[in-house]
Structure formats: structure tokens, C-alpha cells
Design a protein around this ligand. Sequence first.
Ligand code: NAD
Ligand code: UDX
Length: 448
Amino acid sequence: MKVTVFGIGYVGLVQGAVLAEVGHDVVCVDVNQARVDDLEQGIIPIYEPGLEPMVKSNFEQGRLNFTTDAKKGVEHGEVIFIAVGTPPDEDGSADLKYVLAVASTIAEHMQDRKIIVTKSTVPVGTSDKVNAAVTAKLKELNKATEYDVVSNPEFLKEGAAVNDCMRPDRIILGTSSAKAEKTLRQLYAPFNRNHDKVIVMDIRSAELTKYAANCMLATKISFMNEMSNLAERFGADIENVRKGIGSDPRIGYQFIYPGCGYGGSCFPKDVQALIRSANGVGYKAQILEAVESVNYAQKEKLFSYIMRHFDNDISGKTIALWGLSFKPNTDDMREASSRVLMEQLWQAGAKVQAYDPEAMEETQRIYGLRDDLSLMGNKEQALKGADCLVVCTEWQAFRAPDFDLIKTSLKQPVIFDGRNLYDVEDMLERGLHYYAIGRGKSLEGKVL
Ligand code: NAD
Ligand code: UDX
């Protein structure tokens, strides 16, 4: 089947690659010429396990092509995905300008029937706006081309995006058009082999399903972070509590890891956008507001520990930082907890010596060259001469470090662990001062 994907980001590029991998003929369109040029030379703009070989082999075999030529893209695809960004605007609502611009572009160039599929995460009611944008453009150009608008939200996780798209848990289709449903079932048939993962529903429910899923997961995390704050005050260990409640299948082990806050391009933005959408229909989303405010506070927690440890003066201190990306296996820094921490440390006059396996380039791009940020070649170098170590992201490479080296490299044997990677007793036995999240003993009875 001929498919076009607008937007070559995390979602668009992975979607394009996996559709090509199963044999579809895919054209990906972006406004970013440099990105298209890079891809044509085999340079992949994002780090995502398994993506590079898949993109390269499908490009070489001619099933996956990249262009900035929107007209060519629209003419190519029977099915056209919109996978452009929906960043927060000033008040936190989802900004739809890229989505609606693509809708209008599709209308401008389409000459035969198209199925326009919204894959971007968009507020309930956006399909009506996409419809209106397409209709207005067709009217302006005096065209009567037929089309369908379908909502098909994406549930991939960064760091596991290729696998998530090759083996989706569910394929949500928001449509009332039998014709569009039939075509999209054919498109997705290779991913829908063992049991039927396609769930067809009305378009508004499909749009809300995406927000509900992300908000539920964010709620689990903020709930656990709240429990970790209680555990600290009660002198309990949240890691024991996590295992204790996760063993109940009604709760489950997933997404109950406490930490220094959730980040990424989805949870913070989508929780905020749903709060704003709720306001728009006269409803105060109290749970979501609490989820958001717990997360804000959690992102400031490591800084509070550090200030407390150094008697509120870190001016001139050097902080070793392991982990910059918002989670492991990605180079994405959007809303990363490390950014909140680094900005607070700089504000307080400290320097940061950081290492991340994949996100150093992205950090450099965001912050440029500055005297108070040194990006180090490996995790050991980041420790040298630093006053303490902070861990913000649970990359595998940080799970079993050489603790003797940590002790001898740092000026003070102290670790601030935002992801609860280490054993509290072991740290105490090794003579390391260990601050973690929600672990009564690690704080030695001191609560912030
Ligand atoms: P991204 O910022 O990585 O990529 C968006 C791309 O769209 C950019 O390359 C940009 O240049 C391009 N673009 C903008 N305007 C365009 C236009 N008019 N024509 C063609 N291309 C254009 O974004 P992303 O992370 O891939 O997210 C895309 C959407 O998917 C968002 O709505 C997001 O909420 C949703 N989503 C993201 C994830 C994720 O993990 N990143 C997961 C599920 C859903
Ligand atoms: C999320 C959703 O999981 C995915 O389904 C959706 O399509 C896009 O948004 P992603 O943002 O890639 O995916 O990462 P995810 O693994 O969900 O982690 C998000 C944040 O939550 C990270 O900062 C992570 O560190 C944090 N997290 C996750 C926790 O703090 N605790 C947990 O138990 C799980």
C-alpha cells in the first residue's frame, strides 16, 4: 500500500520505517531540509534502538523515501499520516498549528480520495478542526475531492519505539467510515496477526483514549512519588513498598518506580493539555492538577537534598552528574529532570561535570558552551575532582559502578540517587553517604 507520513520525528520516522519494513511503499515528508538530506545519506536524526538498520535497509530497497516536497508526498499516499509535533503553547494547551498546516497542505495537493490519519496526540475535537481545515482549502480551490479523517493515536515509548510499533498492544482507530476502517485494517494487518488488536471507536473517544492512557501512567508515577515522600517521613523504604504493592496483579509492577520526576515529550505536555481541555469544558481536573504539582516538586528534590547536605551553600562546588536524557535508551532531553537540576545548580553557583551515553550532543545543542557545564567522555571522568555524584537517569551502565573509584574520585563520598539504583545497606557499609528517593534509612532520619 502507498503511504505518506508527514513529520519525520520520533513518531513519524519510526512509523514510516516499520510500515516499510513489512512491505508498504512509504514517503516521509518534513519541512526540515537538513533532516531529509541527512536521512538520504544514512544519518539518523534520533537515537532509537534498532531504528538505524531498519531505516537504512528500507531506504536502500526503495520502500522508504524522504522529501520536503509536500505535493509529491500527498500525491503518493492513499493513506496520509499526520505525525507532526503538538507542543504546549503558552497556557499549556496543545498547539495545533503544525497539524492544521499539514491538513491544509494535504487538501491543497490531493487529486484523488485520501484517508487522512491523525497520529499526533491531539485534544478531543481536533478531527473536527482537521476536517474544517481540509474543507476550507478544498472550497477555496474549488475542488470536490473525497477524503476521510481518522484518529489513530500512537502509544510507542521512546527507547523501545521500534519494538512497540512492530508489536503494538492495540491499534486504535477512531472512525465511522467503513471504507477507511477496511483500508487501515489492511495496512495494519502485518502487525495484527495473533489476535485482533484493532479497536474501532468513535473519533472523540479515540482522541481521549490517548490522553487517558498517558495521564493514567503519569498518575501512577506521581502517586508513587507521593508515597515515597511519606516513606521518608515514616522511616520506611519505598522500594519494599513498591514490591509489596506491585505483586498485586490489580496494581502491577509497571510504572510504579519512584524517582526524580517524569519527563519526556509526552507525559508533562499531555497532562497539562488535558487539564486545559478540561477547563475549556468547564471541568476542574483535580487529580491531574495534583499529578502535575507532585511531579514539579519531585523534579526539585535532588537539588533540595544537595543544598541540605552542603548547608545551603554550593557556590564553587562541582557536581558530577550521571544521566541527562529523560530516561534510558534515548537522546531525548525534553522535560528531563536533569535539566531542572542543572539549572538550579547553576543558579546556586555550582558547576556540572556530566556524562550520558547518548544525550551529550543534545545537551550541547540546548545549552551551548558554558563555563559551568563540562561534558565528559565517560562516567569515570565525570567523577574526577567533583564534590559529589548525582544520578538522574537509570542507564544500565550506571547500575553496578566501581564504588571504590567513586569514593576516591570524589572530594566527599556522597551519592544523590534520583532513580534508587543502589542498595542502602551496601552504601552504608561502603562508607558512602547515600541519598535516594523515599528510602528512610538513606536519609538517616533526616527528612527534607
Ligand atoms: P518531533 O518533534 O520529534 O517531530 C515532529 C516533526 O514534524 C519535526 O521533524 C518537524 O520538522 C516536522 N514538521 C513540523 N511541521 C511540519 C509540516 N508542516 N510538514 C512536515 N513536517 C513538519 O515530534 P514527535 O516526538 O515525533 O511527536 C509527534 C506527535 O506524536 C506529537 O503530537 C506527540 O505528542 C505524539 N507522540 C509522541 C510520542 C513520543 O514518544 N515522542 C509518542 C506518542 C505520541
Ligand atoms: C510515554 C508512554 O509510555 C507512551 O505510551 C506514549 O506513547 C508516550 O509517552 P515515553 O515518554 O517515551 O512514553 O517514556 P516512559 O517510559 O513512559 O517514561 C516517561 C517518564 O516517566 C520518564 O521520565 C521515566 O523516567 C518516568 N517513569 C516511568 C518513572 O518515573 N517511573 C516509572 O515507573 C516509569
